[in-house]
Design a protein around this ligand. Structure first.
Ligand code: SF4
Length: 111
């Protein structure tokens, strides 16, 4: 479990600006890890622990709504709604999540 947690720390993931998203679904189709979905409003949303930094989503988005977390504007990182957990996290995974938030300055809470 510790190995899994450290693996989780190593991924930077992506930040989605749902206000820019036009609900085309290209990112959902492109992700090889099924780490993206369209939410109840048809906007792209990240399933946090599924992302493994493939970044195909960044490349295919026609309106540039998705950014690598290290490159995302800070106001995107404070908006609500763009990521959730796909499962209950273990304590080690929660620690990895908090490290990720701190490292990249993500102030938004998961949905
Ligand atoms: S590719 Fe971009 S516009 Fe299309 S659903 Fe994903 S985030 Fe939204």
């Amino acid at each position: 479990m510790l190995a899994m947690a450290s693996e989780l720390v190593n991924y930077q993931r992506v930040v989605i600006d749902q206000d820019t998203c036009i609900s085309c679904g290209a990112c959902v189709a492109a992700c090889p890890y099924q780490a993206l979905e369209l939410d109840e409003n048809g906007k792209s949303r990240l399933i946090w622990e599924m992302c493994k930094d493939d970044f195909s989503c960044v490349a295919v988005c026609p309106v540039k709504a998705i950014h690598k977390t290290s490159e995302a504007p800070s106001d995107f990182k404070s908006k609500k709604g763009w990521y959730r957990f796909g499962k209950s996290l273990t304590d080690a995974e929660k620690a990895a999540f908090e490290e990720w938030r701190s490292k990249f300055g993500v102030s938004a809470e998961p949905v």
